[in-house]
Write a protein that binds this ligand. Structure first.
Ligand code: ZN
Length: 210
């Protein structure tokens, strides 16, 4: 629909999971199946069947990532697989050549292991910098998930991150348009920036007195 510049109805959504944790199969898949939903899981080929020992992971270092066998099982059941780079790289710190290598080798590895074309990409750490987006397109991906609020396009599909501690009301709010508006307000309006600045000041004063 994005390619054809069609209007996307308000109640359309896609479900995505980053990193490829084993619990996507154990916990999420049965629920998705029972609800009649499918999803896209973004894999990190170098870490498949291992643990997420990459930059910035602290509390989930020992969480198991699914094996290729599990990925194949899910793929056969209609779950789509995309790339999340070969190594979960911080692409903003890499040269163009290194970025291409991450994009190409991960796409090829997943295609070879699952026997299906990989069309989607998710930027690690959500860093969908405008300089990186054309490289993703050049590698042959159809679209990518990122988190830049502007500009929204095929290579920066904005997502609402939902976590295990969210209540059903939180979830309802996060998938609504009001949540996106509240994020834009918080980070992009002078009033929102002033509130965040004031909160930081209060926190540092409390910190000093404590
Ligand atoms: Zn990730």
């Amino acid at each position: 629909m994005l390619l054809n510049r069609e209007r996307i109805p308000d109640n359309y959504f896609a479900i995505t999971f980053d990193d490829g944790y084993q619990d996507n199969y154990d916990n999420a898949y049965p629920i998705l199946r029972d609800c009649g939903f499918t999803a896209t899981i973004f894999l990190v080929p170098d870490r498949v069947g291992a643990t997420p020992k990459w930059e910035g992971v602290s509390d989930r270092q020992d969480f198991p990532l699914m094996s290729w066998d599990v990925a194949r099982k899910l793929s056969a059941k209609g779950i789509d697989f995309g790339s999340h780079t070969q190594t979960h790289a911080m692409l903003t710190k890499q040269s163009e050549k290194e970025v291409f290598l991450e994009l190409e080798s991960s796409k090829r590895s997943i295609e070879k292991k699952l026997g299906k074309t990989v069309r989607l990409f998710a930027f690690p750490y959500e860093k969908a910098e405008p300089t990186l987006q054309p490289l993703v397109e050049k590698t042959g991906y159809l679209a990518a998930c990122g988190s830049l609020l502007y500009p929204q396009n095929r290579f920066n599909l904005w997502r609402a991150e939902c976590v295990g501690s969210d209540s059903l009301d939180d979830f309802r709010y996060k998938i609504s348009k009001s949540w996106r508006r509240s994020v834009i307000f918080k980070y992009h309006s002078p009033f929102g920036r002033a509130i965040r600045f004031a909160r930081r000041q209060v926190r540092s004063m409390v910190g000093r007195s404590g």
